[in-house]
Design a binder for this molecule. Structure first.
Ligand code: MN3
Length: 202
Protein backbone atom coordinates (compact mmCIF):
# COMPACT_ATOMS: atom_id res chain seq x y z
CA UNK A 1 0.00 0.00 0.00
CA UNK A 2 1.73 3.19 -1.13
CA UNK A 3 -0.11 5.57 1.22
CA UNK A 4 -0.39 5.24 5.00
CA UNK A 5 -2.79 6.75 7.51
CA UNK A 6 -0.54 8.97 9.66
CA UNK A 7 -0.98 8.92 13.42
CA UNK A 8 -2.52 11.97 15.06
CA UNK A 9 0.24 14.34 16.25
CA UNK A 10 -1.31 14.29 19.77
CA UNK A 11 -3.47 11.92 21.83
CA UNK A 12 -7.13 11.71 20.76
CA UNK A 13 -8.13 13.32 24.09
CA UNK A 14 -5.71 16.28 23.68
CA UNK A 15 -8.21 18.79 22.29
CA UNK A 16 -11.00 18.06 24.77
CA UNK A 17 -13.37 19.60 25.67
CA UNK A 18 -13.53 21.21 22.22
CA UNK A 19 -12.94 18.15 20.01
CA UNK A 20 -13.71 14.88 21.74
CA UNK A 21 -11.86 11.58 21.49
CA UNK A 22 -15.09 10.20 20.07
CA UNK A 23 -14.92 12.70 17.20
CA UNK A 24 -11.29 11.75 16.53
CA UNK A 25 -12.28 8.09 16.61
CA UNK A 26 -14.63 8.70 13.69
CA UNK A 27 -12.86 11.55 11.94
CA UNK A 28 -9.35 10.10 11.98
CA UNK A 29 -10.08 6.44 12.57
CA UNK A 30 -12.95 6.08 10.07
CA UNK A 31 -13.18 9.06 7.67
CA UNK A 32 -9.47 9.79 7.16
CA UNK A 33 -8.68 6.06 7.06
CA UNK A 34 -11.37 5.51 4.43
CA UNK A 35 -9.87 8.20 2.18
CA UNK A 36 -6.44 6.54 2.45
CA UNK A 37 -7.87 3.07 1.85
CA UNK A 38 -9.89 4.21 -1.17
CA UNK A 39 -6.88 6.08 -2.54
CA UNK A 40 -4.74 2.97 -2.27
CA UNK A 41 -7.40 0.95 -4.08
CA UNK A 42 -7.78 3.60 -6.80
CA UNK A 43 -4.04 3.97 -7.53
CA UNK A 44 -3.19 0.24 -7.50
CA UNK A 45 -1.46 -0.64 -10.74
CA UNK A 46 -1.46 2.96 -12.04
CA UNK A 47 1.28 5.55 -12.57
CA UNK A 48 0.03 7.32 -9.44
CA UNK A 49 1.19 4.47 -7.24
CA UNK A 50 4.81 5.60 -6.96
CA UNK A 51 4.28 9.35 -6.72
CA UNK A 52 4.22 11.48 -3.57
CA UNK A 53 0.76 12.47 -2.39
CA UNK A 54 0.96 16.13 -3.49
CA UNK A 55 2.03 15.03 -6.99
CA UNK A 56 -0.93 12.62 -7.14
CA UNK A 57 -3.25 15.51 -6.21
CA UNK A 58 -1.89 17.73 -8.99
CA UNK A 59 -1.77 15.01 -11.65
CA UNK A 60 -5.22 13.54 -10.93
CA UNK A 61 -6.73 17.04 -10.91
CA UNK A 62 -5.12 17.80 -14.27
CA UNK A 63 -6.28 14.47 -15.72
CA UNK A 64 -9.81 14.70 -14.33
CA UNK A 65 -9.41 11.42 -12.40
CA UNK A 66 -12.06 12.35 -9.88
CA UNK A 67 -11.96 9.27 -7.65
CA UNK A 68 -8.17 9.48 -7.29
CA UNK A 69 -8.25 13.26 -6.79
CA UNK A 70 -11.02 13.27 -4.18
CA UNK A 71 -9.39 10.62 -2.03
CA UNK A 72 -5.84 11.95 -2.47
CA UNK A 73 -6.89 15.50 -1.62
CA UNK A 74 -8.95 14.37 1.37
CA UNK A 75 -6.02 12.25 2.62
CA UNK A 76 -3.74 15.31 2.36
CA UNK A 77 -6.30 17.80 3.75
CA UNK A 78 -6.94 15.74 6.88
CA UNK A 79 -3.26 15.26 7.71
CA UNK A 80 -2.86 19.04 7.28
CA UNK A 81 -5.89 19.62 9.50
CA UNK A 82 -4.50 17.56 12.41
CA UNK A 83 -1.40 19.75 12.39
CA UNK A 84 -3.44 22.95 12.06
CA UNK A 85 -4.70 22.27 15.59
CA UNK A 86 -2.71 21.83 18.79
CA UNK A 87 -3.36 21.37 22.50
CA UNK A 88 -1.02 24.38 22.90
CA UNK A 89 -2.94 26.29 20.23
CA UNK A 90 -4.88 29.52 20.21
CA UNK A 91 -3.31 32.86 21.06
CA UNK A 92 -1.61 34.98 18.45
CA UNK A 93 0.96 34.44 15.70
CA UNK A 94 4.42 35.93 16.04
CA UNK A 95 7.30 37.00 13.84
CA UNK A 96 7.04 37.42 10.07
CA UNK A 97 3.65 35.71 9.91
CA UNK A 98 2.19 38.15 12.45
CA UNK A 99 3.51 41.05 10.36
CA UNK A 100 1.93 39.59 7.21
CA UNK A 101 -1.41 39.08 8.95
CA UNK A 102 -1.42 42.65 10.22
CA UNK A 103 -0.53 43.94 6.77
CA UNK A 104 -3.30 41.98 5.02
CA UNK A 105 -6.10 41.96 7.62
CA UNK A 106 -5.32 45.03 9.75
CA UNK A 107 -4.92 43.04 12.94
CA UNK A 108 -5.61 39.59 14.37
CA UNK A 109 -9.28 40.48 14.93
CA UNK A 110 -9.55 41.32 11.24
CA UNK A 111 -8.05 37.95 10.35
CA UNK A 112 -10.48 36.16 12.67
CA UNK A 113 -13.48 37.90 11.17
CA UNK A 114 -12.41 37.09 7.61
CA UNK A 115 -11.56 33.47 8.44
CA UNK A 116 -14.84 32.95 10.27
CA UNK A 117 -16.81 34.49 7.39
CA UNK A 118 -15.12 32.11 4.94
CA UNK A 119 -15.73 29.08 7.17
CA UNK A 120 -19.36 30.04 7.80
CA UNK A 121 -19.94 30.94 4.18
CA UNK A 122 -18.77 27.64 2.71
CA UNK A 123 -22.13 26.14 1.68
CA UNK A 124 -22.29 22.43 2.46
CA UNK A 125 -19.07 20.47 2.91
CA UNK A 126 -15.61 21.90 2.50
CA UNK A 127 -12.65 23.67 4.02
CA UNK A 128 -11.50 27.16 5.09
CA UNK A 129 -7.84 28.01 4.51
CA UNK A 130 -5.25 30.65 5.24
CA UNK A 131 -2.95 30.58 2.22
CA UNK A 132 0.10 32.35 0.90
CA UNK A 133 -0.12 33.72 -2.64
CA UNK A 134 2.55 35.36 -4.75
CA UNK A 135 1.42 38.68 -3.26
CA UNK A 136 0.78 37.91 0.40
CA UNK A 137 -1.86 36.18 2.48
CA UNK A 138 -5.42 35.29 1.54
CA UNK A 139 -8.31 33.40 3.06
CA UNK A 140 -10.10 30.99 0.74
CA UNK A 141 -12.70 28.28 1.08
CA UNK A 142 -12.94 25.13 -1.01
CA UNK A 143 -15.85 22.75 -1.55
CA UNK A 144 -15.79 19.02 -0.80
CA UNK A 145 -12.24 17.72 -1.38
CA UNK A 146 -10.90 20.70 -3.32
CA UNK A 147 -7.41 21.90 -2.47
CA UNK A 148 -5.65 25.27 -2.76
CA UNK A 149 -2.64 23.34 -4.10
CA UNK A 150 -4.29 23.05 -7.53
CA UNK A 151 -4.53 26.86 -7.67
CA UNK A 152 -0.83 27.25 -6.94
CA UNK A 153 -1.46 28.53 -3.40
CA UNK A 154 0.61 27.60 -0.34
CA UNK A 155 -1.64 26.37 2.50
CA UNK A 156 -0.71 27.71 5.94
CA UNK A 157 -3.71 26.57 8.04
CA UNK A 158 -6.99 24.82 7.46
CA UNK A 159 -10.27 24.07 9.19
CA UNK A 160 -12.58 21.24 8.10
CA UNK A 161 -16.18 22.46 7.92
CA UNK A 162 -17.70 19.14 6.83
CA UNK A 163 -20.37 18.29 9.41
CA UNK A 164 -18.46 15.11 10.34
CA UNK A 165 -15.75 17.38 11.80
CA UNK A 166 -17.94 18.98 14.44
CA UNK A 167 -21.39 17.42 14.70
CA UNK A 168 -20.75 15.15 17.70
CA UNK A 169 -19.29 18.03 19.73
CA UNK A 170 -21.18 21.09 18.43
CA UNK A 171 -24.20 19.64 16.57
CA UNK A 172 -25.28 22.29 14.04
CA UNK A 173 -23.34 25.14 15.72
CA UNK A 174 -20.62 25.60 13.12
CA UNK A 175 -19.99 29.11 14.48
CA UNK A 176 -19.12 27.77 17.96
CA UNK A 177 -16.78 25.20 16.40
CA UNK A 178 -14.98 27.94 14.43
CA UNK A 179 -14.70 30.11 17.55
CA UNK A 180 -13.23 27.19 19.54
CA UNK A 181 -10.70 26.61 16.77
CA UNK A 182 -9.64 30.27 16.71
CA UNK A 183 -9.70 30.70 20.51
CA UNK A 184 -8.13 27.47 21.71
CA UNK A 185 -6.77 25.20 18.99
CA UNK A 186 -5.29 27.07 16.02
CA UNK A 187 -1.63 26.07 15.63
CA UNK A 188 0.17 29.32 14.79
CA UNK A 189 3.57 27.62 15.06
CA UNK A 190 2.57 25.24 12.25
CA UNK A 191 1.30 28.14 10.12
CA UNK A 192 4.53 30.05 10.72
CA UNK A 193 6.66 27.08 9.66
CA UNK A 194 4.59 26.73 6.47
CA UNK A 195 4.91 30.45 5.84
CA UNK A 196 8.68 30.41 6.29
CA UNK A 197 9.02 27.36 4.03
CA UNK A 198 6.80 28.97 1.39
CA UNK A 199 8.83 32.17 1.40
CA UNK A 200 12.09 30.23 1.18
CA UNK A 201 10.74 28.31 -1.86
CA UNK A 202 9.34 31.40 -3.63
MN1 MN3 B 1 -13.09 15.68 7.60
Amino acid sequence: MPFDLPDLPYPATALEPHISAETFGFHHGKHHKAYVDKLNAAVAGTDYENQPLDAVIMASHEAGDTAVFNNAAQAWNHTFLWHSMSPEGGGAPSGALADAINERFGDLAGFREAFKNAAMGQFGSGWAWLVQTGEGLEIVSTGNADSPLTSGLVPLLTLDVWEHAYYLDFQNRRDAYIDAFLDSMVNWAFAASNYDAGRAAA
